[in-house]
Design a binder for this molecule. Structure first.
Ligand code: PLP
Length: 418
């Protein structure tokens, strides 16, 4: 079968397809695989109960039920939900949004595909522009989203060390080069895979740099604030006409509803909605209808801050403690877990690569993600790319404990073989 270059590019093996295949196969085979690889949120009983109630209310109301299953939304998304969101965000932050500043997509992943290809690729002036990631490691799901090759440029981070086992990446502004070839700047905050939260100062500098170069700053808040607020440190939300803020209902507990939320200037929202109409006709309304009343009442904020955030923060603390006990005496480093649902483990001078460690762990029934996937835009040799793994701690405590013990055993075995 002959394929176009689009067909070739999007069917060749990519990090995200390998990851999703691995996860899907392990889950569907009914194996006892310990899943510490994906970004699936935990199943938080209070959150699930809240959505169950809402669904029951919808089912009990004939007109709402018809609305849920029987109507195409406009390409920009469910109007009432958007209107509640506008009010909520204006009340919280005074952003002066109107209904024309918000668009919904089938998951924020779909939004990144549209936005990235709106701002990077071939331009009429003959320049091929790219998405600049100010700091890599960065989200694996971006890496293959470009319709053309060589879609990203990224800068290596600088390192801050807190003690011999804890570090944090920072944007290295000396290495950040925004040029005529930059189409947009993009950061995830909190960052998948590291759990890093860019400081307010870093974000404000990026905002100024983006404005000065007349390119948008895309902030991926899939784990961010105000919801689901998987943030264990101080981080001020920021938005202005040059910032494209992408939120999602997935990590709140609705990954299957596929609801992404894009907050941007009117021109971006109307362009993205046009693309959305071509790709999808309409955005699914399931997520917006399920979350509609909690956005209207503002409860989504308290649910995020009082239930969802503490759930993950406690899991993060526990995972750090357990892994620290398991690796005592070994030269491991963990990125300070400031948010999201991952530990980023840096194994300096490990005698085997992270891919090999991943294989060994898989053979022992534990799925993690090898860190080398998370450096889109950094093509040069860098030992660090082979020394890190991402561990998801969102699943049940006992499962996580068992997985961390096996990870510690395999890491020690690798170091001991030196
Ligand atoms: N951004 C980041 C950083 C993510 O980790 C994910 C999913 O794991 C997404 C975006 C996409 O999420 P969704 O499409 O479910 O909104």
């Amino acid at each position: 079968m002959k394929l176009s270059s689009f067909g070739e590019k999007f069917t060749s093996q990519s990090g995200i397809t390998t990851l999703m295949d691995d996860l899907g196969n392990a889950l569907s085979s009914g194996s006892d695989m310990i899943m510490m690889g994906g970004g699936n949120p935990g199943h938080i009983p209070e959150v699930q109960e809240r959505f169950r109630q809402r669904l029951e209310d919808i089912l009990a109301d004939e007109s709402q039920f018809k609305r849920l299953i029987g109507i195409y939304d406009p390409p920009q998304g469910e109007k009432e939900f958007i209107s509640h969101l506008v009010k909520l965000l204006n009340n919280l932050y005074g952003w002066n949004l109107t209904e024309r500043n918000i668009g919904l997509t089938n998951g924020s992943q779909a939004a990144f595909f549209m936005l990235f290809n709106m701002f990077a690729g071939d331009y009429d002036d003959g320049i091929q522009r790219k998405i600049q990631l100010p700091l890599a490691p960065e989200y694996i799901g971006y890496a293959d989203a470009g319709l053309t090759q060589n879609f990203f440029t990224a800068a290596r981070p600088s390192f801050e060390y807190f003690d011999k086992h804890t570090f944090k990446y920072h944007v290295d502004f000396e290495k950040l080069h925004i040029t005529e070839q930059t189409g947009a700047i993009c950061v995830s905050r909190p960052t998948n895979p590291t759990g890093n939260v860019l400081t307010d100062e870093e974000v404000s500098r990026l905002d100024k740099i983006a404005k000065a170069h007349d390119v948008p700053l895309i902030i991926d808040g899939a784990y961010g604030t105000p919801f689901p607020h998987l943030i264990f440190t101080d981080a001020t939300p920021i938005w202005n006409e040059n910032i494209i803020l992408c939120l999602s209902l997935s990590k709140l507990g609705l990954p299957a509803a596929r609801t992404g939320i894009v907050i941007a200037n009117e021109q971006v929202i109307s362009s993205m909605s046009g693309i959305n109409a071509i790709l999808n006709l309409a955005t699914g309304s399931f997520g917006s209808m399920l979350a509609n009343d909690m956005v209207a009442s503002g409860e989504i904020i308290s649910l995020s801050k009082d239930i969802v955030c503490p759930y993950y923060e406690r899991k993060a603390e526990r995972a750090v403690k357990l892994l620290g006990q398991g690796l005592e005496g070994y030269p491991y480093l963990l990125h300070k877990p400031e948010g999201a649902m991952f530990l980023w483990l840096w194994l300096k001078d490990l005698p085997i690569s992270n891919q090999e460690l991943y294989e060994r762990l898989k053979a022992r029934g534990v799925l993690v993600v090898s860190g080398h996937y998370f450096f889109p835009g950094i093509d040069d040799e860098w030992q660090h790319k082979q020394e890190c793994i991402r561990i998801t701690y969102s699943q049940d405590d006992e499962v996580v404990k068992k997985g961390l013990a096996i990870i510690a055993e395999e890491v020690k075995r690798a170091y001991d073989s030196k």
